[in-house]
Design a binder for this molecule. Structure first.
Ligand SMILES: Nc1ncnc2c1ncn2[C@@H]1O[C@H](COP(=O)(O)OP(=O)(O)OP(=O)(O)O)[C@@H](O)[C@H]1O
Ligand SMILES: [Mg+2]
Length: 329
C-alpha cells in the first residue's frame, strides 16, 4: 500500500561533514515529489537513509504512519531505481521483474500476472526474454522501474533515473512515468538536478541545498516567490548585482527582465551603461551577455524578433534597463 512519507530532522555525517543537516520532508500518499538540488547536496544520501542502506545519526523516517527506523531494507516496502543501470545481468528481463516478488514469497501465479502487467504498463512485453546487455539505456530503465514497482512498494524512490539516456528518450520516459504514477497511485520521490525535469514530473518540487530542504512548492511558487537567496539564484536563471541606485544593497533579477538599447538610439539615458559582449542564438530567444561599466556582467534574454529590430552587434555600447528586480538576500 502507498502511504505518506515523512522525514523528520534527519541528520547524517561522514566524518566531520554533515551531509544531511536536519532535513524535513513530507510526501503525501499517492503523489509524486520532485527533489531538485545541486550535485553533492545530499540527495542520494537522503534516499539511502530512507531505504535503510545507511542509517541516520538522528531523526526519523516514517511511511504510512509506520516508523521505519532500525528496520532492514527488505522489510521497509520501498522500491528504488538508481541513476546507473542496476539490473541483474545474468537474468532475463522477466526474471529481473519477478525478483522482488520472489523475495516476498509471492506464488507463481501472482508472479506471472504481476510481471505481465508490469511488462505491459512499461511497454516492454516483447523484451521479456532478453538479457540486460541486449537492451538500450531507455529500455533498461523501463525494466528497472517495472522491477521496482512489481512488489507494490509503499513508495518508489527514483535517483536521477533518466540521467544516462538521450534527451528525447528522457522526455518520453518522464511523460510515461507520470502517466504510470497516476494509474497506479504509487507515492514517488523523483530526484533530479534538472529543473525542467523536476517541474514537469512533480506536482510539487522540493529544493534541496547543503543537506536541507529549503522550500517546497509548485514551479510557479519557487520561481516567483523564492524564500531563500539560494532558491533565488538556483531556480531559473538570475543576475545578481549591486543596486544601481547606490544604496549599498544588492538586487536580483531575471534575464528576461532586462531591456537593452543601442546607445545611439537613446536620447535621455537613465539606468546602466555597458558593452554588448556576446550572445547565444537559442531560437525563439537570444541569450545576451553585457559587461557593465561597473565591472559586473549580466545576461539578458531578448525575444528573437526584438533582437533583430535592435540590430545589436558585439562591441556595441548599450543602455541597460531592468524592468523588475527584487532585493537580494
Ligand atoms: N560513503 C561516503 N563517505 C564519505 N562521504 C560521502 C559518502 N557518500 C557520500 N559522501 C559525501 O556526501 C556528500 C553528498 O553526497 P550525495 O551522493 O548524497 O550527493 P548528491 O546530492 O546525490 O549528488 P549528485 O547530484 O552528484 O548525485 C558529498 O559531498 C559526498 O562526497
Ligand atoms: Mg546522487
Amino acid at each position: 500500500m502507498s502511504g505518506d512519507l515523512r522525514l523528520t530532522s534527519l541528520r547524517r555525517s561522514y566524518g566531520p561533514t554533515a551531509v544531511l543537516a536536519g532535513l524535513d520532508l513530507e510526501v503525501s500518499s499517492g503523489s509524486i515529489m520532485a527533489v531538485l538540488g545541486p550535485s553533492g547536496c545530499g540527495k542520494t544520501t537522503m534516499l539511502k537513509v530512507i531505504t535503510g542502506l545507511i542509517s541516520q545519526d538522528s531523526g526519523s523516517v516514517a511511511l504510512g504512519g509506520r516508523c521505519l527506523d532500525g528496520l532492514p531494507t527488505r522489510k521497509r516496502g520501498i522500491g528504488m531505481v538508481f541513476q546507473h543501470f542496476s539490473l541483474f545481468p545474468h537474468m532475463s528481463v522477466r526474471s529481473n521483474i519477478e525478483f522482488g516478488l520472489r523475495m516476498k514469497g509471492a506464488s507463481s501465479s501472482v508472479r506471472r500476472d504481476r510481471t505481465r502487467r508490469m511488462l505491459e504498463l512499461m511497454g516492454i512485453s516483447e523484451l521479456e526474454e532478453r538479457r540486460p546487455a541486449a537492451l538500450s539505456g531507455g529500455q533498461k530503465q523501463r525494466v528497472a522501474i517495472a522491477r521496482a514497482l512489481a512488489p507494490e512498494p509503499g513508495v518508489l524512490l527514483l535517483d536521477e533515473p533518466f540521467a544516462s539516456v538521450d534527451h528525447e528518450t528522457r522526455r518520453r520516459l518522464r511523460k510515461e512515468l507520470k502517466k504510470l504514477q497516476k494509474e497506479l497511485g504509487t507515492t514517488m520521490v523523483f530526484i533530479t538536478h534538472d529543473q525542467e525535469e523536476a517541474f514537469e514530473v512533480g506536482y510539487l518540487t522540493a529544493v534541496m541545498n547543503e543537506g536541507r530542504i529549503e522550500q517546497v512548492g509548485r514551479p510557479r511558487d519557487l520561481y516567483e516567490d523564492p524564500k531563500t537567496p539560494f532558491i533565488q539564484r538556483f531556480v531559473g536563471k538570475a543576475n545578481v548585482m549591486n543596486d544601481p541606485s547606490g544604496n549599498g544593497g544588492r538586487i536580483i533579477f531575471r534575464p528576461e527582465s532586462v531591456i537593452l538599447e543601442r546607445m545611439e538610439r537613446v536620447t535621455t539615458p537613465s539606468g546602466s551603461v555597458g558593452t554588448f559582449a556576446n550572445y547565444i542564438y537559442l531560437g525563439p530567444y537570444i541569450d545576451c551577455t553585457v559587461d557593465l561599466e561597473s565591472g559586473e556582467t549580466i545576461s539578458a534574454l531578448i525575444p528573437r524578433s526584438e533582437f533583430m529590430d535592435k540590430g545589436l552587434r558585439r562591441g556595441d555600447r548599450v543602455w541597460v534597463q531592468i524592468k523588475e528586480s527584487r532585493p537580494y538576500g
